[in-house]
Design a protein around this ligand. Structure first.
Ligand code: DCP
Ligand code: MG
Length: 621
């Protein structure tokens, strides 16, 4: 269906700024967890600097003891060892401190990993996923008409991860990068201002390079995802359509199609690898330029006695390394911003999508539903510009059994789908017991309508669970009674596990007719005042159909039933036959009445008679 559907388009603001604001609000909701993560990362940062300082000091102590005339060490943190300690003992203490710092760091890293998992994967992701999933349950059929299954699944799984990325890949890292850059920078300045400036001169180049790299490669990564999606689509379509592919002998073409999709991914990936392998050596080259400056200028300072070797040059080299790794991290963060924006847009599109069909604020309650259905000048279209039903008016009395006939595409399924409010009419109204459907509580309305869909969907669960889907509290006796009416009992009992037999995905281990009978049982178990059946016996042979119809005769007693039907056996049983043609009710009456007047119904019915039933209906004309 086209997406040019103004009423259903999400109305919310999905600009980048609005998305960032919303994601910041999300991070704010988890601020305590985020603060904990930042605090832990801060401790790790400080510990790494302490470890580095201890290393530098130890080197100075050793050098002072080993090399005559070398400068005496500066001890950090305002501490000086007691004068009776030998230099070796001081070095050992420094070594011990380095070890302890390392241990504490390991503990904190472990703690951090646990907190991140708890806040991010178990907190944000789970909350977002259920937010999206809950919303999906409330969205109308229009939404599902407009979006493919793949895209919806991706939103619940993949895109939710991208939104999470904004918290642990953008907000927290930005704070950490800023904190650590400031810390390293101040420390370096305190060691030596000139050396700091000289060494940081190449930083803007590194930064530019990494930004340019991510600009160039980022779209390629996105395109890569599309190409992989397409490859997977080719594969899934092939698996799902395996009968068609083999039936038409199209295997070679399918292989070629897959090869092509897979080749596109390969070519693209190759290009990305090329870019990466060009970028990494350039950055590495720049970092050796830094080391050259550090050794040349810093070494000279040490020789001049202006900078201690360990506490100065070596600590500086460590800081510099950390500093440049933080600078290159910025490119990664920019990347994450982009990725999370794309994901957030897709997630919030669902979260914001208007729930077109919902219960009114103060719904009308009916003590008992009699089952009178009235359509008043109802028009409907999936696309408002292309009506599928036009000006339909009809009255169905409580307990009546109505058959709906019409050519394929006439709008039979569409007409039925207005009754449980899968869609709302674009004009006119549908009344149940004199009350507009839109005034009922939606769940209550739907629970009082049993639906057998044209294509019955079964879940990969036991047969009993599938029948009891609408009434999980039903007793096994009730389930079996429903199955008997739907003529399903016999084949179910042939399975060794009977009602506990597990169905495969989509009920693929059943025949089409068996699936339909389970769907009928499922609807009957609800014991609803209104029963809608969309071609329920299309996939069963005429004899089984007779059995089902006979058995259902009693089940239909006292219920308003609308059946989309084609076979005369059903049409004869109906109290009223509605003839739908191209979205309009063109005729109605009992089978006998309709057979007595010329029109599309008699024409269609006669074809069946000629084919199926030896005794002609000549007397009818
Ligand atoms: N249609 C649509 N979008 C949908 C479902 C249907 O645009 N989600 C269109 C296709 C048809 C028209 O609406 O042109 C009527 O479709 P129905 O499913 O109501 O038609 P029937 O149920 O009468 O046809 P069939 O006998 O094939 O089931
Ligand atoms: Mg249909």
């Amino acid at each position: 269906m086209s997406h040019a559907d103004p009423i259903a388009e999400p109305s919310a603001d999905l600009s980048n700024a609005a998305l960032v604001r919303r994601m910041l609000a999300l991070a704010w909701k988890y601020r305590f967890g985020c603060l904990q993560i930042i605090a832990l990362q801060g401790v790790l940062l400080v510990l790494s600097v302490v470890g580095l300082t201890m290393l530098g000091t130890a080197i100075d102590v050793i050098r002072h003891a080993a090399v005559a005339g070398s400068p005496s060490p500066n001890f950090p943190f305002g501490w000086t060892p007691p004068s009776e300690w030998t230099p070796y003992r001081v070095a050992l203490v420094a070594a011990g401190t380095v070890l302890v710092v390392g241990l504490v760091r390991a503990l904190f890293s472990f703690w951090l990993a646990i907190v991140v998992a708890r806040v991010v994967q178990l907190g944000i992701v789970v909350a977002l996923r259920s937010l999206v999933y809950d919303k999906l349950q409330r969205l109308g059929f229009r939404f599902f008409d407009r979006h493919t299954t793949g895209s919806i699944i991706n939103r619940v799984t993949g895109d939710v991860q991208s939104v999470r990325l904004f918290v642990d890949g953008v907000v927290i890292p930005v704070i950490m990068v800023l904190l650590s850059l400031v810390l390293y920078f101040v420390y370096m300045l305190r060691l030596h201002v000139g050396l700091t400036l000289a060494c940081l001169a190449t930083m803007p180049v590194t930064w530019l390079l990494s930004v340019r790299f991510s600009r160039k490669v980022r779209p390629a990564y996105e395109r890569n995802r599309d190409l992989v999606d397409r490859m997977v689509l080719t594969l899934t379509e092939n698996v799902r359509g395996v009968h068609v592919v083999k039936g038409f002998g199209r295997e070679p073409e399918e292989i070629a199609k897959f090869d092509q999709a897979s080749g596109a991914v390969r070519t693209q990936q190759h290009w990305i690898f090329e870019q990466v392998s060009r970028y990494t050596p350039t950055v590495e080259m720049l970092s050796s330029l830094n080391q050259a400056v550090l050794l040349g200028y810093g070494g000279w300072l040490v020789i001049q006695g202006a900078l201690p070797l360990g506490g100065g040059l070596i600590v500086f080299s460590g800081l510099l390394q950390q500093f440049s790794s933080q600078v290159t991290r910025v490119a990664g963060i920019i990347n994450s911003v982009q990725q999370s924006l794309t994901g957030a847009r897709r997630v919030f599109e669902i979260v914001d999508a208007p729930v077109e069909i919902s219960s009114p604020a103060s719904p009308v309650r009916l003590p008992k539903i009699a089952g009178e259905l009235v359509f008043e000048n109802v028009s409907f279209g999936y696309d408002p510009t292309k009506p599928v039903l036009r000006n339909v008016s009809l009255t169905i009395k409580p307990g009546q059994c109505v058959a709906l006939v019409g050519a394929t595409g006439a709008g039979k399924t569409s007409l039925l789908s207005l009754i449980p409010r899968f869609y709302d009419p674009t004009a006119g109204r549908v009344l149940l017991d004199g009350v507009d459907l839109r005034q009922f509580e939606l769940d209550e309305l739907r629970r009082s309508i049993g639906v057998v869909f044209q294509e019955s969907f079964l879940f990969s669960d036991t047969i009993a669970a599938n029948i009891a889907f609408g009434r999980p509290d039903a007793t096994p006796e009730q389930v079996e009674a429903a199955a008997r009416i739907a003529s399903a009992d016999e084949f179910i009992c042939e399975y060794p596990q009977g009602y506990e037999t597990k169905l495969r995905e989509g009920g693929s281990n059943l025949s089409g007719g068996q699936r339909q009978r389970l769907a009928i049982a499922r609807a009957l178990l609800l014991s609803p005042p209104i029963l809608l059946m969309d071609d329920p016996t299309a996939a069963v042979d005429p004899r089984t159909e007779h059995e089902i119809l006979d058995a259902m005769q009693s089940a239909m007693q006292g219920r308003t039933t609308i059946v989309v039907a084609h076979r005369l056996s059903m049409l004869r049983r109906a109290d009223l036959v509605l003839v739908l043609d191209d979205g309009e009710i063109v005729d109605q009456g009992t089978h006998e009445e309709l057979m007595h007047r010329p029109g599309p119904y008699r024409k269609a019915a006669r074809i069946q008679v000629d084919f199926n039933e030896p005794e002609p209906l000549e007397r009818a004309s």
